[in-house]
Design a protein around this ligand. Structure first.
Ligand code: IFM
Length: 440
């Protein structure tokens, strides 16, 4: 069933549609001794933080093996590669030289570079609770743009500020490991401010084609009961609209602005600086109901009992090895919903991440996952949503944050003992699918 579904040709995407794959610095680079420390190094060193007790000190050793990885990208036939620039590495002597070499290698291979300026590995001495970090981020953006701007295709300011706020600062499951619950809201605001300041800094440095990679997923109320609908709406604000409303509408969802420090109104003018495109990372929808007064295990997290909502199990769908439900149709719903909510304020959309974790090199489930999601994306296009690109998470297996190396999201298998790369069945599937797109 899986193989048959995946062998049907994909629908034809418009000319110029951008196909790519994504990674992030901390998850693949290794060479930790050749850069400054980040909050993730400190967090990882705390006993019990990483489930398999591993570290990202070596990871996939991409720092030393990048020519091999760029050759894999070229073999895949993607148009673009989304990677992240490690801020602590940029701060270290010679750190930017690495990205210079990587970008040159990509250009020589005909793969367009799409760097993300922040993907969670904050320099250890910085803190998103401090407003000053936003200004420091704009300086970082300017430094990188000066060096790489002549060859970069698209810029991404931040990756998933929602997860970085929630997991890192509200629940303590990610670095820096704080459990502030709703007191983590300034972290969201300072990241959004950092984004807006960085957009301005990039433009001042002559860079264009700027977006952000925001995570989004439909929130489904557990029932039509008013208390479930209200709880789902609250969850939707925290995970989705807390970030997209300020960026795209220039205002916070009702009730949020009052909880934030500083002159929020004037910050919102910076936050809503127009972007050239809007990046969406999609993995799964979430079913949410009224609080049940008990702790909940969700996506490897323990959610406290006293939240004003409860996350429920989404039954009736296949799940990945991570336990995440596979719901491609929710991607269509999400994109159509974004267009309905933001109308003309929504710039062209690029899917900056979509993927799944499965074991094995003959990864037929990943093929079925990608096939289903690419078709769901095409349905959104047919319904008039202006989507311009799709990036698979991830090029290769990597350090999946608090899960360590236990979750494999790659199109390419990495043997963590030998660091040997082996393309999986999904790599061949994507390569052939892209060739078929180009031929038609
Ligand atoms: O690995 C992460 C990535 O760093 C951010 N988006 C989700 C991925 C899978 O969990």
């Amino acid at each position: 069933m899986i193989a048959r579904m995946a062998t049907n040709p994909l629908p034809q995407f418009p000319p110029g549609f951008l196909w790519g794959v994504s990674t992030s610095a901390h998850q693949i680079e290794g060479a930790a001794e050749e850069r400054d420390p980040s909050v993730w190094d400190a967090f990882t060193a705390e006993p019990g933080r990483i489930k398999d007790g591993s570290t990202a000190e070596v990871a996939c050793d991409h720092y030393h093996r990048y020519p091999e990885d760029v050759a894999l990208l070229a073999g895949l036939g993607v148009d673009a590669y989304r990677f992240s620039v490690s801020w602590p590495r940029v701060n270290s002597p010679g750190g930017l030289d690495f990205y210079d070499r990587l970008v040159d290698e990509l250009c020589a291979a005909g793969v367009r570079p799409v760097p993300t300026l922040f993907h969670w590995d904050l320099p250890l001495e910085l803190d998103w609770l401090s407003r000053d970090t936003a200004a420091r981020f704009a300086d970082h953006a300017a430094v990188v743009a000066e060096r790489l701007g002549d060859r970069v295709m698209k810029w991404i300011t931040l990756n998933e500020p929602a997860e970085h706020t929630l997991l890192g600062h509200a629940l303590g499951a990610h670095a820096p490991g704080r459990r502030l619950l709703f007191d983590a809201l300034p972290v969201a605001h300072h990241q959004l401010l950092a984004h807006g300041l960085a957009v301005r800094a990039l433009r001042a440095a002559g860079a264009g084609d700027i977006g952000i990679a925001n995570s989004h997923g439909p929130t489904w109320a557990a029932s039509r009961r008013a208390e479930d609908v209200e709880a789902a709406d609250f969850y939707d604000v925290l995970l989705n609209r807390l970030f997209s409303d300020p960026l795209l509408l220039g205002r916070y969802p009702e009730g949020i602005g009052e909880l934030l420090p500083g002159d929020v109104e004037s910050d919102l003018k910076v936050i809503a600086e127009p972007m050239d495109w809007y990046g969406v990372n999609y993995y799964q929808p979430t079913k949410v109901g009224a609080p049940e007064g008990t702790e909940i295990e969700f996506s490897g997290l323990t959610l406290p009992a006293d939240l004003p909502f409860s996350v429920r199990e989404l039954e009736g769908y296949p799940v990945t090895d991570f336990g995440w439900p596979v719901v491609p149709e929710a991607l269509t719903e999400l994109l159509v919903g974004l267009r309905e909510r933001y109308g003309d304020r929504l710039p062209p959309v690029v899917i900056t991440e979509n993927g799944c974790s499965y074991e094995g090199i003959d990864d037929q489930e990943r093929i079925a996952f990608l096939d289903g999601h690419v078709r769901a994306l095409h349905r959104a296009l047919e319904q008039g949503v202006d989507v311009r690109g799709y990036f698979v998470w991830s090029l290769m297996d990597n350090f999946e944050w608090a899960e360590g190396y236990a979750r494999r999201f790659g199109l390419v298998h990495v043997d963590y003992d030998t660091l040997e790369r082996t393309p999986k069945a999904s790599y061949a599937w994507l390569r052939d699918a892209l060739r078929a797109q180009a031929r038609r």
